[in-house]
Design a protein around this ligand. Structure first.
Ligand code: NAI
Length: 264
């Protein structure tokens, strides 16, 4: 038997059409889950088709996670097509540039409404049948910027820090009702969201040099952690955060000049 087996489970991934969400959808499907790619971008249909082409079970459901009606309709469609989900991965998120003195209040609200409120909305709507059945697993994609301020990125860091606390609160409130809630915090991952940054000459090399693993992360790196947390192998883990950053956020002490203690 496989160490992780999600056969017979229905998993929903928000923002599954691209980047990290796509990687998570492929990972869950590979572990046997019937995977629902939820995205406002119709490109999600191609991800579901890709999973089916390699022998997995997948559906695409168009959905805007910032809308109550859209998520409620999507949940009804999921149940009608493949049954009630046992796993929800909150991943749909984005960022906008802007310092805290200049970012517009509209941009601030826009980021919080997608990156934070969208996560709670999906947790409530997809979590309802989990709570009714007394079993379920939530995994939320936050960021290393939840713990370290990402400057000139408006509400991004605040939204991610709030996701970590939202997950802990869900873990405490829903744990006694059989639902676990955990966070995966990616470091630097190359995706459509960050592609323009990596295309800028010199950035890829400069970033790699900062990471102990000496490479930029891939969506599969995040998917592996999410699949574990969603599985029964993590049945006693809730309210936790797994940082998947190749060691980047552990490098602070190594940046201090310390004569006599250099690498030889
Ligand atoms: P991406 O921009 O490549 O993909 C995001 C997906 O979410 C897209 O398919 C998009 O259509 C979908 N989406 C956006 N708004 C939506 C809405 N209102 N309703 C439904 N779907 C919507 O982004 P990426 O890089 O894959 O990021 C995924 C998550 O990982 C985000 O929460 C991001 O903050 C987080 N993250 C990304 C890192 C990176 O280096 N790429 C690092 C740390 C965290």
């Amino acid at each position: 038997m496989a160490w992780i087996d999600l056969t017979a489970k229905v998993a929903v991934v928000t923002g599954g059409a691209a980047g990290i969400g796509r990687g998570i959808a492929l990972g869950l499907a590979e572990a046997g889950a019937t995977t629902v790619v939820l995205d406002r971008n119709e490109a999600g249909a191609a991800v579901a088709a890709e999973i089916r082409a390699s022998g997995g079970r997948a559906e695409f459901v168009a959905c805007d996670v910032t809308s109550d009606d859209s998520v409620t309709n999507a949940a009804a469609q999921v149940t009608a097509r493949v049954g009630q989900p046992a796993i929800l991965v909150n991943n749909a998120g984005t960022m906008l540039p802007g310092g805290l003195d200049t970012t517009s209040m509209a941009d601030w609200e826009r980021i919080l409404s997608l990156n934070l409120t969208g996560y709670l909305r999906c947790a409530r709507i997809f979590g309802e049948p989990m709570l009714a059945r007394g079993a379920g697993a939530l995994a939320h994609v936050a960021s290393i910027s939840a713990s370290f301020p990402q400057s000139y990125s408006g509400a991004y860091s605040a939204s991610k820090a709030a996701v970590v606390m939202l997950s802990r609160q869900l873990a405490v409130e829903w744990g006694p009702r059989g639902v676990r809630s955990n966070v995966v915090s990616p470091g630097m991952i190359r995706t459509p969201m960050t592609e323009a940054i990596y295309r800028t000459p010199g950035v890829d090399e400069a970033r790699r040099a900062l990471v102990p693993a000496r490479r930029i992360g891939r969506p599969e790196d995040i998917a592996d952690a999410v699949v574990f947390l969603a599985s029964e192998r993590a049945s006693y883990i809730t309210g936790e955060e797994i940082v998947v950053d190749g060691g980047f956020t552990r490098t602070l002490m190594g940046t201090i000049p310390r004569p006599g203690f250099e690498k030889n």
